[in-house]
Design a protein around this ligand. Sequence first.
Ligand code: C5P
Length: 224
Amino acid sequence: GDVAVLVPAAGAGVRLGPGGPKALRLLGGEPLLVHAVRRVAEAPSVATIVVAAPAADVDHVRRLLAPVAPVTVVPGGADRQQSVAAALAAVPPGPQIVLVHDAARALTPATLVELVAARVRAGHDAVIPVLPVTDTIKEVSADDVVLGTVDRSVLRAVQTPQGFRRSVLVAAHAAALDPLTDDAGLVEKSGGTVTCVPGSELALKITRPFDLMLAEHLLSGGVR
Ligand code: C5P
């Protein structure tokens, strides 16, 4: 395997309601993080997995993941970008492809991990899985008045894993000023090219209680 996967899992999960760090919330009786890491580890290209856990939960997360896959667990940071940077710093020499994958996308299939890695291996600096936007999207003012309608045919909803040539991700993080919500955004800001591949509906981000209910239904309906 020539791929390292970073899993930022240090978020508080406020939007999911009370109940502790989101990555440790249960889905089908297992923490979201366990689901995410198990599927990542099933991808044949993956040689290394580094998880950024809430600082108070590092030992707990190590014990949780030991039976799932060989992983390195590091303390995360104050925002997602800092958690990714901490995980990136812990990647051993070797892997030249680095993927960044949210623990919250717990049902992401291993085939999507392989697809993103393959496109980086084929020569793309940065690769992101995307889906078309189905809702009509409007820009609104702070007081809820519509300012305009955006042409949704040029919009895409972006998922993870996002894949990078290792040197490109390291350089993008080194140059980062403001925290962004994804790593491809850092590459864009530093003038790099980001390429899209088709995402998966199973890679939904479990953010709100409805998402968790949907994921529970998918699991009990036979999605693995
Ligand atoms: O908040 P959001 O849903 O965008 O978080 C995306 C991912 O980033 C989650 O897996 C979350 O655990 C992680 N995260 C992190 N460190 C933070 C904040 C979020 O690793 N400080």
